[in-house]
Every structure is written in C-alpha cells, then in structure tokens.
Ligand binder design. Structure first.
Ligand code: HAM
Length: 434
C-alpha cells in the first residue's frame, strides 16, 4: 500500500514553532507602550471586499496589482485576504462613525497579513504586522509623537541607535508636478530602463525612485528631487516635522528617494531598516495618508500610521545579544516543576499535587508513566528542563509528606503534604522568577 502523503505548510507560510513566545512578548510590549500614548487596540477581519484595497491602496501599486489573494465567495462577491491594515482601519473608522469619537482617533492592531510575493529571507506570503494609526490630526506634532512612540517601543525591545529614514512625498498637486519633471528627466534614458521602470514611467514615475537596479539608480543620481517640488504647505509641514524630531532627539536621515509602495501616502513617509536582515530589510514603514478616508467615500480627514513587520522584528530581536534569555524570562517561560507519582494508583494524587502547584502560580508537568523505572522518569523530567521534582507514593501518603528533589545540587528533602505548594513557591521564587 502506498504511504499516505504528509502535509507541509503552504509555500511562503510558516508555523511559529519555538518563536511563538517571542511573538507574544513583542505584542505585549506593543500593548504596554502604545497604551501609554492613548492608543486602543482594534481587530478587523482578515477578509475584506476586494474593492476596499483597489480604491484604498491603489490599483497601480504592486500590492494590489500583483500580490493579492483574491477569490469569489459562493455568491460571486470578490473578496481579498487583507494585504495591509490601513485601508481596513479607515473602513472601520467610517463604518463605526469614529469621527464622533474624541479626536484624534488612535488605534493599534496586530495580526496576519497576506501577499502573494516571491518568498525569500524575511519575505513571506503570510506575515504579521503590528501597526498603529492616528486619524483626525494633520500634524506635524502628531507625526513626531507617532515616531517617538515607535522608537520607544523598539528601544524597549533592546534596539539601540535606530535611525529613521524620512521623506515627504508632498500633496497630490506636488506629486503631479514632480511626476512630470521626473518623466521629462528620464525620457532621454527610456531605452536604458528595465521593463518595470518603463511601464512605471507611464503609470507612476515616482515608484521608479526606489528601484533596486544599479544602472537605474545611477541614472537617478542627478534626477530632480521631489523635495524641491513640495508646495508651500507641504514644505512647511516637512520642515516642522524635521525641526520637532530634532527637538525630540530622534535621529533621522532624509532619504529623498523614499517613496513607499502604497498609493495612499501624502507628505511624511518613513521607514526603519536594518542591515542585519539582508536583502529585504525594512522592518517597518509608514506615513501620512491625508486623502485616504475621502477616497473611501468619507469626509476629508487626515491620518498617519505605521506597520512593523513582526516576523522581521522577531528575527532581529533574537539577534540582540542577551535578548533571547531576557525575552524567555519575560515571556513567562519559567521552568516547570515535575510531579512524579510512584505507583499506578498514585497518579490521581500526582494530578492533584500538580493542580495545587499551578494554583500557586507555579508551572507544573506530570510524569504519568508509572510503569517505567524511576530513573527513566527523572530523565524525562530533566528533558522538560525541570529543576525541581516532587515525588509522591505509598510512603509519602503514609507520612503525610512529599519529597522535593533539587536537580541542581542533587539534594532532596521532605515537606508536609498540606500546604506544600506554598513551601515550594517560597523555595523556587527567588531564583526562578524573571
Ligand atoms: P508596508 O511597507 O507595505 O506598509 O508594510 C509594512 C511592513 O510590513 C514592512 O516594512 C515589512 O516589514 C512588513 N512586510 C510587508 N510585506 C511583507 C512580507 N511579504 N513578508 C514579511 N514582512 C512583510 C503597510 O503595510 C502600511 N499599511 C503601513 C502603514 C500604516 N502606513 C500608514 N499606516
């Protein structure tokens, strides 16, 4: 008979095995820090109407044009697995009439996102984001406060010397003007551009700015700068953001070719990158989207936000010296106590003892395999990374005690059965607690 086929994760999608506690840890940290700045958590569905992203993120963007997981439901409605979180939050803003809430509205979110990309280091088809959106204030102080919050969060995870790459993509008018200038500048070099950039020359010349092709980058070195085409108001906004970032001690670098891949951006855009991650190295991106809510049929309400690639963030956190140990401790991975009942008829007692330990806040595992010799069972406890073992059998039942063994120095003692969990807690707390 042919062997049954085993299943594996779908291409570009990953189990979080071993990393899940670190994922949970960074999520907890995000909740802690973002709530200090007045942000509330929201969760939107994983599936939205396709049209939301087509209109919100923009048909010309790579994400919408090439990378969406789109399907028809049984009634023939076109739905899409969310590729990003800003358009869904903007939809929720309108659907729940958040304009009537105290302003500005500040929300954060976390969860899985989906893009049909070519999988490579740090780039997945299901990935995770932690994001935040501030809707209802045109800034520039909101821009600065958002960045300060973001850096505060990253610092708390152990990152040092982070630098923000910053640019302004201006308002719609500035971008139109600039796109034309860039087209004119690149026209004589048309034949030297790759197919992608040639297409973008017609559809969205701005996107050529973040080409990775060396030859094209060279051509762009003397290109007009978007920066010089900013209209008065966008220009003042950018100047003030930069001034206030300096005041707030936020190191940043102006990157005049930073344009971002989603069409809703206006004015401030930013990214934080890390060289430690290799090719796809932006750990987060964000910016202002002052036209998005109106594009989705709402009033003209400005917004700004960011999204961190959580998978990339976790990989980086694990590279920070000492971080893994600290995170393990903080993510509650305390070493469990192993309860071994000696003799089949004492297994129920073993379960009760473990329950009492857990009720006292001590992680506990039971070793139930009473048919095996004690030595093998103790080995099993060691494999569970237990330092302490509680032994209980006929002798202990008679004497009303339990045996507590310490693997670290191979000593053991007997303690009264009644109230034993409190006695164990008192013993292990000083060195087992983070
Ligand atoms: P984004 O730049 O498309 O922005 O994505 C944000 C971050 O998500 C990226 O910097 C990256 O770390 C991570 N990311 C994106 N695609 C993948 C992937 N395939 N695999 C792993 N990580 C990935 C947005 O999504 C905007 N909604 C951000 C925003 C919020 N702008 C304003 N508010």
């Amino acid at each position: 008979m042919a062997a049954k086929r085993r299943f594996r994760t779908v291409k570009g999608m990953h189990d979080l095995v071993g990393k899940a506690p670190v994922f949970a840890f960074v999520e907890e940290k995000a909740r802690e820090v973002f709530s200090l700045y007045g942000y509330d958590e929201v969760r939107t569905p994983v599936v939205e109407e396709t049209e939301l992203f087509v209109r919100g993120v923009g048909e010309g963007s790579e994400v919408v044009g090439k990378q969406m997981y789109t399907f028809d439901d049984k009634k023939g409605r076109s739905l899409t697995l969310r590729p990003e979180g800003t358009a869904p939050v903007a939809r929720a803003y309108l659907q729940h009439d958040m304009a009537s809430w105290p302003q500005p509205v500040k929300v954060f979110y976390m969860g899985p996102y989906f893009r049909y990309e070519r999988p490579q280091a740090g780039r997945y088809r299901q990935f995770h984001q932690i994001g935040a959106e501030l809707i209802g204030d045109p800034g520039p102080y909101s821009d600065v406060e958002l960045l300060v919050m973001l850096l505060r969060f990253l610092e708390q995870l152990g990152f040092e010397d982070l630098e923000v790459g910053l640019n302004s993509v201006g308002d719609v008018e500035c971008r139109k003007r600039y796109s034309q200038r860039l087209r004119e500048y690149l026209a004589p070099y048309r034949d030297e551009l790759g197919a992608d950039s040639r297409r973008r020359l017609e559809t969205n010349p701005l996107r050529i700015l973040d080409t990775k092709v060396p030859k094209e980058r060279e051509l762009l070195e003397n290109a007009p700068r978007l920066f010089d085409d900013l209209g008065g108001r966008a220009h003042d906004h950018f100047r003030e953001v930069r001034e206030q970032l300096v005041q707030a001690d936020v190191a940043h670098r102006i990157e005049d070719k930073l344009v971002r891949g989603l069409d809703y951006y206006t004015r401030t855009v930013f990214e934080i990158t890390s060289t430690a991650l290799g090719a796809q190295n932006a750990i987060l991106g964000g910016g202002r989207y002052d036209g998005l809510i109106a594009e989705l049929g709402g009033p003209s309400v400005p917004g700004i936000g960011f999204a961190i690639g959580q998978d990339r963030l976790v990989d980086l956190v694990l590279k920070i010296p000492g971080a893994f140990k600290r995170l393990n401790a903080e993510a509650h991975r305390r070493r469990p106590v192993c309860v071994i009942a000696i003799g089949a008829s004492y297994r129920r007692h073993g379960m009760e003892l473990a329950q009492e330990l857990r009720a006292a806040g001590i992680p506990a595992v039971c070793e139930f395999d009473s048919l095996r010799p004690l030595k093998a069972r103790l080995k099993q406890a060691a494999r569970h990374d237990c330092r302490w073992v509680v032994l209980f059998g006929e002798d202990e039942e008679k004497s009303g005690e339990v045996v507590l063994r310490d693997f670290s120095d191979r000593t053991q003692e007997t303690i009264p059965r009644d109230g034993f969990a409190a006695a164990v807690a008192a013993k292990i707390r000083p060195d087992e607690q983070p």
